[in-house]
Write a protein that binds this ligand. Structure first.
Ligand code: NAD
Length: 391
């Protein structure tokens, strides 16, 4: 099959197996070149392991610290006629690099919200892995079926209170227009919390504690985003922000639960990056196109792997104590929030339009990163070559 990108709105419906392998290989190379000084995790569980921040976490654990990893993902398998989703190819590539390096890696393609997923991981931890000393929670999902009620809840990207209108970039047409987020009703807010809040992280940790598969001193972290004025009305101050507040709540409960194990739980706030999840959030593509330009000019731009490798080496497994904000969160987003970055992004935001998009923002860099998520745009991959979609 000759595989080319097919973009539908904010998603690419095809993925390139060789390109995805390259996407993973590049991140492994980065981690190897930026190795930690000290010791780190031995047995790691990554929930949401196949893309974005979760994939980067798995790579940082396995190739920075030689950790064994269990991964949970929800990805589309390939057929003769249809490519797999990118996360499937990423995971196959990760596993093959890990096995080549003699590092244990096993992945479960299963709904992480289900009881079955938890049971499968616990079984593998008991029979193959040994006590888990790090749990990364990095799910990005639009819906969740509650395993106790069987009810499927869908999240809403909506405002709280009043409607919010913001500049927005249509990534298909390259037109800068406006986007209005309607206010959510109480049910929509509750459903978004149900999907993207902390309940499932709590259920995972409870199941792992109950099963006795966590090591003494276990650490767990879930990822969050806060942002500042520009993204606040559509993220921090909107339904997603409410869900992230619930992750903060869950974190405190989990920290208490892990005390007898001398364990710890923290929310890690990470910077905005191009991922499948963030590209689906209105306003983010325009914000990211400007942010990437500004942070590149200031020499501080980072992607998933730089952020997560920094989180592991400089916070979670550093010799010094964690640097926490007043809410007890780890902050890897401080460069993004610096006034010299936010002020410049805000100034460009005022001026940017469809005609000056390439001059004011770096939409080319945004698009390049977007296509790379699906394995496209690597100069060392021959995209005219026939490849087998089944890996
Ligand atoms: P992503 O879309 O790149 O990856 C999501 C992962 O979740 C994939 O591995 C996918 O397979 C998995 N997944 C989704 N539904 C699942 C299910 N039902 N069962 C099992 N696996 C499932 O997402 P991302 O952008 O890396 O986001 C991960 C976390 O990081 C989220 O909590 C997000 O809020 C946070 N975060 C993201 C950004 C950003 O800019 N992208 C910034 C800060 C924090």
């Amino acid at each position: 099959m000759i595989i080319k990108p097919k973009v539908r709105g904010f998603i690419c419906t095809t993925a390139h197996p060789v390109g995805c392998r390259e996407h993973v290989r590049e991140q492994i190379e980065y981690v190897k070149a930026n190795k930690p000084a000290g010791s780190g995790p031995k047995n790691v569980l990554v929930i949401g392991c196949s893309n974005g921040y979760g994939l980067a976490s798995r790579i940082a654990a396995a190739f920075g610290y030689g950790a064994n990893t269990l991964g949970v993902m929800f990805e589309k398998e390939p057929t003769e006629k249809r490519t797999a989703s990118a996360g499937w190819y990423n995971t196959k590539a990760f596993e093959s690099f890990a096995h080549e390096a003699g590092v244990y890696a096993r992945s479960f393609n299963v709904d992480a919200f289900s009881n079955e997923a938890k049971a499968a991981v616990i079984e593998a931890a008991k029979s193959e892995l040994g006590p888990i000393d790090l749990v990364i929670y990095s799910l990005g999902s639009p819906r969740r079926t509650d395993p106790n009620t069987g009810i499927t809840h869908s999240s809403s990207l909506k405002a709280i209170g009043e409607p919010v209108t913001r500049k927005n970039l249509n990534t298909d047409t390259r037109q800068v227009g406006e986007f209005t987020l309607e206010p959510a009703n109480d049910e929509e807010i509750a459903n978004t919390i149900k999907v993207m809040g902390g309940e499932d992280w709590e259920l995972w940790m409870e199941a792992l504690v109950e099963a006795g598969v966590l090591a003494d001193g276990v650490k767990t972290t879930a990822f969050s985003y806060i942002g500042k004025e520009l993204t606040w009305p559509i993220y921090g101050g909107a339904t997603i922000g409410r869900a992230k507040q619930d992750v903060d709540r869950a974190c405190k409960v989990i920290a208490q639960r892990l005390k007898p194990l001398n364990g710890s739980a923290h929310v890690s706030v990470l910077k905005a990056v191009v991922t499948q999840s963030s590209s689906a959030i209105p306003v983010m593509p325009l914000y990211l196109s400007i942010l990437i330009k500004v942070m590149k000019e200031q020499g501080t731009n980072e992607g998933c792997i730089e952020q997560v490798n920094g989180l592991f080496n400089n916070e979670l497994y550093a010799d010094s104590a964690l640097t926490l904000d007043e809410e007890g969160r780890i902050r890897m987003d401080l460069n993004e929030l610096k006034p010299e970055v936010q002020d410049q992004v805000a100034a460009i935001w005022e001026e940017v339009d469809s005609d000056n998009l390439d001059e004011k923002a770096d939409f080319a860099a945004y698009q390049e990163e977007f296509f790379r998520l699906f394995g496209f745009g690597y100069s060392n991959v021959d995209y005219d070559q026939d490849v087998d979609p089944i890996v």
